[in-house]
Design a protein around this ligand. Structure first.
Ligand SMILES: [Zn+2]
Length: 133
């Protein structure tokens, strides 16, 4: 059985059906942040760790007609990038999965895993968003 491992455990957990983004929240300002912070950038007070929602609304997107950074596959058609607004008020910069024709600004998107690398029994994963419907 292959073990799934987060490519960056400081940014997201990978032990469930979908990635869980790890953020911070300032209760005084009622603001959440991603990635996590040591202090609140508004009041410089303490923040605590929170797990952010696994779905949000697509704010904007684009398609990059070039290989993704770090990929040696020069004939790759490209990849999608976008910004997804979570209910906590956090805007996530992310890659997008699925048919670009299915991406709609204002529509619900959900988190999914993408494989960064597979070796023997370990699948190293990243997170991405895809249309929820
Ligand atoms: Zn604050």
């Amino acid at each position: 059985m292959t073990e799934r491992r987060s490519a960056d455990p400081d940014l997201f957990r990978a032990d469930g059906d979908a990635p869980v983004l790890l953020g911070s929240r300032c209760d005084k300002d009622e603001e959440s942040f991603y990635p996590r912070r040591w202090t609140c950038p508004i009041c410089l007070g303490p923040v605590h760790d929170v797990e952010l929602s696994q779905s949000g609304v697509l704010y904007s997107y684009s398609f990059i007609y070039a290989p993704m950074f770090g990929k040696s596959q020069l004939d790759a058609e490209g990849y999608g990038v976008g910004q997804v607004d979570l209910p906590e008020g956090v805007r996530i910069q992310t890659t997008l999965e699925g048919d670009p024709a299915s991406w709609r600004i204002g529509e619900q998107m959900r988190l999914v895993y993408t494989t960064a690398d597979t070796t023997d029994d370990v699948e190293t994963v990243l997170y991405s968003f895809t249309p929820a419907a």
